[in-house]
Design a protein around this ligand. Structure first.
Ligand code: PMP
Length: 361
């Protein structure tokens, strides 16, 4: 069996070493004579594994004191609603900076609990840029400012973290968490669905400043309250044990690879290879995103002759390059280059692009 290069946007490629380790441990995990999915989450072995995963994540991201790490469920989408539920009084303003589909959806879900105000949007240019910080209409009394650091569908990424004063900054980092070093202290809350850079779907990672957990804007069932998860070490009920375990293996893998600085170097190399190929193609391939906002995680492009796009995807698949079809909302091609996608995969895609252009030019 040979594995293909997998450019899926999510669920996405996992590090091969992680899959092999999970395979080797599947029937007998940690001497338990059962798999990690078949033992109690309250048992000593699982609790130790869970604590180690958190410690490794804290080390990778240099998470400062005063932050809780939560291993949750529900996908990032559930937290679009649950964040305002936990942090906003009824009708209180929450500012949303929208630079793509997911930010739009986050604001829309928040509107059930908050005055979700779009403080800036790049919708007018088709989400091909990050709204200029100087033009964000922020309210200093807002419950928080929400950003999406990487828009997975539109292929737009925010570099660095914006200064929003004393209002807590909340970031959906579903598709770029752990892809580069990060100054966590700039954020009040970071959250990410796991299925791109962390592990399998069904797990959501959250890093939240403790003072935000003290907000109680409305009565909520315990199962929706982040403070309850924090007090119970994310074991308020049965967690996604398999997801937590695979996330832990991924964190160990990241440490062995040289941590997030090394990931950033590789991610930059991969993305630059593809953008260079697009830009040097004389318009055969095109990407409309402003160069400073181009995502390193999701490289989107179109073919000048759109009729050839399905041919490109099908021939790529035959050549062992999977899941290059763009999101249905935009069409075109999308190559997702998460941490587990090696530089060799980007090289293979670049070479395929050159060959395709030569044969279908
Ligand atoms: N935010 C971003 C940036 C995403 O890419 C996605 C999924 N592709 C989501 C949120 C939604 O995640 P989930 O499917 O885990 O709800």
């Amino acid at each position: 069996m040979s594995r293909a290069w997998n450019f899926s946007a999510g669920p996405a490629a996992l590090p091969e070493d992680v899959l092999q380790r999970a395979q080797a441990e599947l029937l007998d995990w940690n001497g338990a004579r059962a798999s990690v999915m078949e033992v109690s989450h309250r048992g000593k072995a699982f609790m130790e594994m869970a604590a180690r995963a958190e410690a490794d994540l804290r080390e990778l991201l240099a998470i400062p004191p005063g932050y809780k790490v939560l291993f949750l469920q529900g996908g990032a989408t559930q937290h679009f609603a649950q964040i305002p539920m936990n942090l906003c009084a009824d009708g209180q303003r929450a500012d949303y900076v929208v630079n793509g589909h997911w930010g739009e959806k986050a604001a829309s879900e928040a509107s059930f609990y908050a005055d979700a105000h779009v403080a800036a949007s790049s919708k007018a240019d088709g989400y091909t840029s990050i709204p200029d910080r100087a033009k964000w209409e922020l309210d200093p009394r807002a419950a928080y400012v929400h950003i999406t650091t990487n828009e997975t569908i539109h292929g737009v990424e925010m570099q660095g973290s914006p200064d929003v004063g004393d209002v807590p900054l909340i970031a959906d980092m579903s598709s770029d968490i752990l892809s580069h070093p990060l100054d966590v202290s700039k954020f009040g809350l970071i959250y990410a669905g796991a299925q791109k850079n962390i592990g399998p779907s069904g797990l959501v990672l959250m890093i939240v400043r403790e003072d935000l957990l003290e907000r109680h804007p409305r009565p909520l069932p315990r199962i929706f309250r982040y403070a309850e998860y924090a007090a119970a070490d994310s074991m308020l009920n049965t967690p996604n044990t398999w997801g937590w375990y695979l996330a832990g293996l991924t964190f160990q893998w990241l440490k062995h690879q040289g941590g997030l600085a090394e990931m950033e170097r590789r991610n930059r190399t991969k993305a630059e290879l593809l953008y260079a190929a697009i830009d040097a193609s004389g318009g055969y391939y095109g990407n409309r995103v402003q160069p400073a906002a181009r995502s390193r995680m999701n490289v989107i492009f179109n073919l000048q002759d759109a009729v050839l796009e399905p041919v490109f995807v099908a021939e790529a698949e035959k050549a062992g390059l999977l899941a290059l079809k763009g999101h249905r909302a935009l069409g075109g091609i999308r190559a997702s280059l998460y941490n587990a996608v090696p530089v060799e995969a980007a090289v293979a895609l670049r070479d395929f692009m050159a060959e395709f252009r030569r044969t279908h030019g």
